[in-house]
Design a protein around this ligand. Structure first.
Ligand SMILES: [Zn+2]
Length: 408
């Protein structure tokens, strides 16, 4: 049993987080008590100036890309062929993939991330190894074997039937609704034939597994999809393949028409906004406001390694900055804190994550800012987000287990 006390980050106020003093009791793998009020004087973790937050959730990242962050200066399609595909080829070695997964998960935990929606590579044994490592590590989330059968190096492409059989095997081994589950992961329409996309959509409806892919990240990619699919636009390519569901997470969604947004809203699919990756590859600044106004469900992701920030707090800040660069209506820090915790959990359909609540898995972060953030005139949640320092993270709990490597 452990008591964590300080300012609690609570998500019971619509789309924004709030803070209140109090404590959280964890026993074994679970949260067994959440009490607002006086901060106990005897604590295992925290203190009057600490923030106790639900673990952060990253809804779009690539495990094999943690070693190639910072390959700057290329647009998406060149970045894929020059840097990303060579990095992913290294996952043909299962031991390499396993070790890299472990390191990537540790990096996530060190910045407070306890839930991930992640891509592996096309390699089936390495995807299973990544799922196994993530399970042992205690991470919440999904990982998917990337499906590609064209427009990628030959050794990263497979026959459609083999890919679908292997994806089905990963789902059988790591079924939906497990703490760690397999996701159906066609990389994007450019690297998948229409047969492969349809087979992936069919497998998704048979298994109810989550689906993750990319959409409308750059204009050149949208034009290529148009050419490859006889003039059918990007959203409809996925729609016709039964890939737009309430369990679908679409990375990026920058270059969307008003009709695209309506179609996405009607499908219930989630767009994972990745502001740091978008600025890094100069793909464009997503019009988050229009998506929200049109009722499209939105999540937030780091998109490592096009995204260069592993910390979801910094990605939350980038979401605010990207939106404010486009106009005067932008999310507040309280909304950004909500997004990286409960907002992302809700978008993933994870009712066991994102909130400090009794009975939920103890996925928590203990943060000890070195600034007097609760006593000034500035909104405390804004001060924390904009002055953020990863060294403030004192401990990350994954399913009740201490997972932070670097402590001071
Ligand atoms: Zn991505």
């Amino acid at each position: 049993m452990q008591i964590l006390g300080g300012q609690l980050l609570l998500n019971d106020d619509g789309d924004r987080a709030r803070i209140a003093p109090g404590f959280v009791r964890i026993e074994g793998q679970q949260i067994t008590e959440v009490v607002e009020g006086e901060i106990p004087s005897s604590l295992d973790f925290g203190g009057p100036n600490a923030l106790i937050a639900p673990g952060f959730i990253d809804t779009h990242l690539h495990l094999p890309q943690f070693d190639m962050i910072g390959a700057h200066g290329m647009p998406l399609l060149q970045w894929l062929s020059d840097v990303t595909f060579p990095a992913e080829q290294k996952w043909s070695n299962v031991d390499f993939a396993r070790s890299m997964t472990r390191q990537a998960l540790q990096q996530c935990a060190n910045v407070g991330t306890t839930g991930i929606c992640a891509y592996a590579t096309v390699h089936h044994p390495s995807t299973l190894a990544a799922l196994d490592e993530a399970t042992m590590f205690g991470m919440r989330g999904v990982i998917g074997q990337v499906l590609m059968n064209r427009n990628a190096p030959e050794n990263l492409c497979r026959e459609s039937k083999q890919l679908i059989d292997e994806a089905a095997a990963t789902i059988q081994a790591y079924p939906p609704h497990g703490r760690m589950a397999a996701a159906i992961t066609p990389r994007f329409a450019v690297s998948c034939s229409s047969d492969l996309l349809s087979a992936a959509g069919t497998l998704a409806s048979q298994t109810r597994a989550m689906i993750q892919t990319h959409i409308a990240e750059t204009k050149a990619e949208c034009e290529l999809v148009n050419d490859l699919f006889d003039g059918v636009d990007y959203v409809n390519v996925y729609q016709q393949s039964y890939l737009l569901t309430e369990r679908t997470v679409l990375g990026h969604g920058i270059h969307l028409s008003p009709q695209d947004r309506i179609n996405l809203r009607d499908s219930g699919s989630v767009v994972a906004h990745c502001p740091t990756a978008n600025s890094f590859l100069r793909s464009g600044a997503m019009d988050r406001r229009s998506l929200v106004d049109d009722g499209v469900r939105i999540a937030l992701g780091s998109d490592i390694g096009a995204g260069y920030e592993r910390s979801m707090v910094r990605v939350g800040r980038a979401m605010i900055e990207t939106a404010s660069s486009r106009g005067n209506v932008f999310p507040s820090a309280a909304q950004a804190w909500h997004q990286i915790t409960a907002g992302n959990a809700d978008a993933m359909g994870w009712s066991d994550s994102g909130r400090l609540a009794v009975g939920r898995p103890a996925d928590l972060v203990v943060i000890a800012p070195d600034i007097p953030w609760t006593s000034g005139d500035v909104d405390p949640l804004a001060m924390l987000m904009f002055a953020w320092d990863d060294r403030w993270i004192k401990q990350t709990f994954l399913h009740g287990r201490k997972a932070t490597e670097t402590q001071s």
